[in-house]
Design a protein. Structure first.
Length: 366
């Protein structure tokens, strides 16, 4: 398996929205879902001929291409989904937020309940939570990412009369051209030759109308061995504090999902990228918001995949660790591959991408 950190720029507005109405797509997201990026990569490989229809069907039933959500960049700096241990004081008028995760890390590692801030350093009560908005960490400060949006109204055209249909208007709200995003991508080695800097992919809805054209501007190969060093330094006994880079959800009986993570078999995750490593994570507590998450459109079946009950990106979890050998490598693999959850017969990827909070930019400090 090859693991990349990928950056890409929108060359045309991208329709990636929270809701669809009878008259169009409204309320753009402030990030790009992992299912959207994964679908764009698979479609690119299929058009190139790297994937035939049989391989595409195999990918639909046994996914090997895994993408993380794409988060915006600003001035070359990467943003991350904000955790619940941060705020912005509206009374102070400061546009920057405060990150106090470093203050609660030892509390969580010691098995105690953390205290959430109710006032700022000046005693103001007007605190605005930043979780799960994308933010750029700068030590104990956080800067929100300002996104630009594109609005358009389109009219339906009659093929017979070559004129517009009366009353047939469609509203589109989209992420504006020029925005940059970054994400991680895990892909089998035999398919990696089709992924390169400068390649064009099509993201979101309305690609036949010119929406969603993007160009990959950067591609950096990631070595799991190097990433495992930070994981090793973050371990404090059997208790580990994890930060979610993606939605967090597990499948339960009868095809339903839950934001209660329960237990994750690290051996199964490591085996998907060819590592002989093991261990388990048993989740004790979680902090953050939950929501219903759309998991994308199944191109092979022509249906919308089920929605998940999930913790939002940026959630923080407390877990007990059971070492089965090669624990650091297995935990590193989890941060890039997550788990595959089967919901009503569909494999869901891009969930449960978890990494230790200690040592991460979102831990703050400095």
């Amino acid at each position: 398996m090859k693991i990349y950190e990928m950056t890409f720029r929108l060359l045309s507005p991208a329709i990636v929205t929270k809701r669809r109405t009878l008259r169009g797509y409204l309320s753009p997201l402030d990030y790009i879902p992992s299912s959207t990026i994964r679908g764009a990569i698979l479609a690119h490989l299929y058009r190139r001929g790297d994937l035939d229809e049989e391989m595409l069907r195999a990918e639909a039933s046994e996914p090997r291409v895994i993408a993380s959500p794409g988060y915006p960049m600003s001035g070359g700096e990467r943003s991350y989904p904000c955790h619940p241990f941060a705020y912005r004081c509206k009374a102070c008028g400061d546009e920057e937020g405060v990150n106090y995760a470093s203050e609660v890390l030892e509390t969580l590692e010691g098995g105690r309940e953390p205290s959430f801030k109710s006032t700022c350093e000046r005693g103001h009560l007007a605190l605005q939570p930043l979780h799960p908005k994308p933010v750029i960490p700068r030590g104990k400060k956080l800067r929100k990412v300002g996104l630009h949006y594109h609005s358009a109204v389109c009219v339906g055209m009659s093929r017979d009369r070559a004129s517009s249909h009366r009353g047939l208007l469609f509203d589109y709200e989209a992420l504006a051209a020029g925005l940059e995003f970054w994400a991680t991508l895990t892909i089998p080695g035999e398919l990696s030759r089709g992924v390169h800097r400068g390649m064009k992919i099509r993201i979101g809805r309305g690609v036949s109308r010119g929406f969603g054209l993007a160009e990959v501007t950067g591609l950096r190969c990631i070595k799991l061995e190097r990433e495992a060093d930070r994981v090793s330094e973050s371990l404090r006994g059997r208790r580990l504090i994890l930060y979610a880079f993606s939605p967090t959800s597990r499948a339960v009986e009868e095809g339903f999902s839950t934001s209660n993570l329960g237990e994750i078999d690290l051996g199964e995750v490591a085996g998907r990228c060819g590592l002989e490593a093991g261990g388990k994570l048993r989740f004790i507590a979680g902090y953050g918001r939950t929501n219903r998450v759309q998991t994308g459109y199944d191109m092979m079946e022509g249906v919308i995949r089920p929605r998940l009950r999930a913790g939002q990106p940026g959630c923080v979890y407390v877990a007990e660790v059971e070492d089965g050998g090669g624990l650091e490598e297995a935990l590193t693999a989890l941060s890039f591959l997550g788990t595959i959850e089967w919901i009503r017969g569909y494999p869901i990827t891009g969930v449960n991408l978890l990494t230790p909070l200690r040592g991460h930019p979102m831990a703050g400090g400095g």
